[in-house]
Design a protein around this ligand. Structure first.
Ligand SMILES: NC(=O)c1ccc[n+]([C@@H]2O[C@H](COP(=O)([O-])OP(=O)(O)OC[C@H]3O[C@@H](n4cnc5c(N)ncnc54)[C@H](OP(=O)(O)O)[C@@H]3O)[C@@H](O)[C@H]2O)c1
Length: 183
């Protein structure tokens, strides 16, 4: 799922070329009713084993000044939409007693950055949410993984000013995440 149909089609083409069966859906995550409906319809046809909640937005601030409306947008995508996606699928996963939810957080959760007020807050919120969810699902057959990346060489990092220590190519990060999920 994404919101850019053209890029989704390109990603789907690359995955099909490697032998995957692919369906795509272009849904802005902030349209939470459409997001939940889309996930539930997909799950009814293809029971979901793994949800990776990856989309996120990062915006900066200076001297602690961040317009509240900007913070609201960051919270809407990073935190609220992720919770909607998880809760759309959880009842079915719970009933099947199988499935895994992977939530992409950030090192900013544990090392909040002075120039990333709301971003750091949402990633800390996601980390606490994932930990609480893992505890509440103990013994249910449904697992929860928190992914905590450092800097990856993606458009998000391209837009950032300032240093990006230990920058990792996204393909390498993806391999590490996949290995962790398999374990
Ligand atoms: N890059 C890093 O160094 C780094 C470090 C730690 C954690 N992370 C986390 O890793 C995840 C992936 O980030 P990235 O580096 O790949 O960032 P990115 O290059 O900016 O990509 C973010 C993705 O989220 C999608 N997205 C944003 N808002 C959306 C919305 N309202 N509806 C649907 N999709 C939306 C974007 O779609 P569009 O292209 O349509 O905008 C894009 O595909 C994020 O959760 C980020 O916080 C990244």
């Amino acid at each position: 799922m994404g919101r850019d149909a053209q890029r989704l089609a390109e990603a789907a083409g690359a995955a099909r070329a490697r032998g995957a069966e692919v369906e795509t859906a272009a849904v802005p995550l902030t349209e939470t009713a459409a997001l939940s409906r889309c996930l539930q319809e997909f799950d009814a046809a293809h029971p979901v084993d793994l949800l990776i909640a990856n989309a996120g937005v990062k915006t900066g601030n200076h001297g602690g000044i961040e317009p509240a409306v900007q913070a609201e947008r960051v919270i809407a995508v990073n935190l609220t939409a992720t919770i909607h996606a998880v809760q759309a699928l959880l009842p079915a996963m719970h009933a099947r007693r199988r499935g895994r939810i992977a939530i992409v957080g950030s090192l900013a959760a544990v090392a909040p950055h002075g120039d990333l007020l709301s971003y750091s807050a949402t990633k800390a919120g996601l980390q606490a949410y994932a930990t609480a969810l893992r505890r509440s699902l103990a013994g249910s057959g449904v697992g929860v993984t928190t992914v905590i990346p450092g800097f990856m060489d993606t458009p998000m990092t391209d837009r950032q000013k300032g240093p990006a220590p230990m920058l990792m190519p996204p393909a390498r990060a993806a391999r590490i995440v996949a290995r962790g999920l398999e374990q």
